[in-house]
Design a protein around this ligand. Structure first.
Ligand SMILES: *Cc1c(COP(=O)(O)O)cnc(C)c1O
Length: 358
């Protein structure tokens, strides 16, 4: 097992770094299973019913990944030539291999927004007049919480306003809810308050919830009926998927309220780092489990800092020349965060060009 001179990795690179706990593994072992592709896996069906209710939607569909959930939603909502309005830093725009273009034949109309949040006016100004030569505006896609926007939360009011525009203009409102439950825990609001107005919405099981695999896509009965066709076409239909769904049910019982610890840890880390001169952290903007460090004012490159930290068994995500992303999750403790914070402060002090002359 772990050697004393090889400390356990503190992995702040993503909340996908979680490993299933012993208790989750026991739940997986005990799961009743059947053939999911024939609709006969009782644990998968139970998870789907549970998530549909959680999100205030009629039906839900268990999928291998969140990426597939986004792609299936676009395949159902769009025809080739349609356009999806989203944030410029959205996962759907930059991190899914241009899947909407490849699969649904749709293109994006991105909105430049640092936080990933945008307004009704932002969307309205990007909708196309119906003309034979124009792309057909079809979907508004939002991320709850905003991953590369720093884990920011879309308010119920902002979502309601977008829904109003969507209804008026005949658009679908899609929520990439990879971290929707983080938003629910912070605000104390039921997830359905954010999710019910959406025409399609999904949660990821393999991020902060700590499951090994899976996402659950929800919507109206009609939407899910079409989504099921695409799930099969894309090869997402499974067999005894109850062993995966059991982890999801376990996580919904045990790993939701504890997301508050991740948020506390992220805020604590941000506050500790905010004392470093030249380091831009914005602790007041750290509302969930994601924080960005802007190193431009320190003269230290993101890769240099990440390299030093890697040598101390601390992993962070390099997002650009001066930008590092860190994400807290259930395999990162309050102590880990303290260790990481001290290591970052020490590394920056050593690496700073203005310190080298002594
Ligand atoms: C991780 C993530 C996805 C993709 O989910 P996978 O389950 O990894 O495919 C989509 N959107 C956001 C915002 C994410 O953070």
């Amino acid at each position: 097992m772990s050697m004393p001179d090889h400390p356990r990795l503190i992995d702040l690179s993503a909340d996908t770094a979680t490993r299933p706990s012993e208790a989750m593994r026991l739940a997986i072992c005990a799961a009743p299973v059947g053939d999911e592709q024939r609709g006969e896996d009782p644990t998968t069906l139970a998870l789907e019913e549970r998530v549909a209710a959680l999100l205030g939607q009629e039906k839900a569909l268990f999928l291998p990944s969140g990426t597939m959930a986004n792609q299936i939603a676009f395949l159902v909502h769009c025809r080739p030539g349609d356009e999806i309005v989203c944030a410029e830093n959205a996962h759907v725009f930059g991190s899914e291999g241009a899947g909407a273009a490849v699969l649904a034949g749709a293109q994006f109309r991105p909105i430049d927004t640092a936080t990933g949040i945008f307004t009704v006016a932002d969307v309205a100004s990007r909708l196309r007049a119906p003309r034979h030569r124009s792309p057909h505006s079809r979907v508004i896609a939002i991320e709850q919480t905003t991953n590369r926007g720093g884990g920011r939360i879309w308010s119920e009011e902002a979502i309601g306003a977008l829904k109003g525009l969507a209804l008026e203009k005949g658009l679908a409102l899609h929520m990439d809810g990879a971290r929707l439950l983080n938003a629910a825990v912070v605000t104390g609001l039921p997830a359905a308050r954010f999710a019910a107005p959406c025409d399609s919405v999904w949660i990821d099981l393999s991020k902060g919830l700590g499951c090994p695999v899976g996402a659950v896509l929800a919507g109206s009965a009609g939407f899910i009926e079409e989504a099921l066709v695409w799930k099969h076409r894309l090869g997402g239909a499974m067999r005894q998927s109850g062993i995966l769904a059991a982890a999801g049910l376990y996580a919904l019982d045990h790993n939701v309220e504890r997301l508050a610890e991740d948020h506390d840890n992220a805020r604590r880390l941000a506050s500790a780092l905010a004392t470093v001169p030249g380091l831009h952290v914005q602790p007041e903007g750290v509302v969930t489990n994601i924080l960005f460090l802007d190193l431009a004012g320190t003269g230290v490159s993101a890769s240099a800092l990440a390299g030093v930290l890697a040598g101390e068994a601390i992993r962070v995500n390099v997002e650009g020349q001066n930008r590092i992303r860190m994400v807290t999750h259930l395999d990162v403790s309050a102590d880990d965060v303290e260790v990481a914070g001290s290591a970052i402060i020490a590394a920056l002090a050593r690496l700073r060009p203005d310190q080298s002359g002594g």
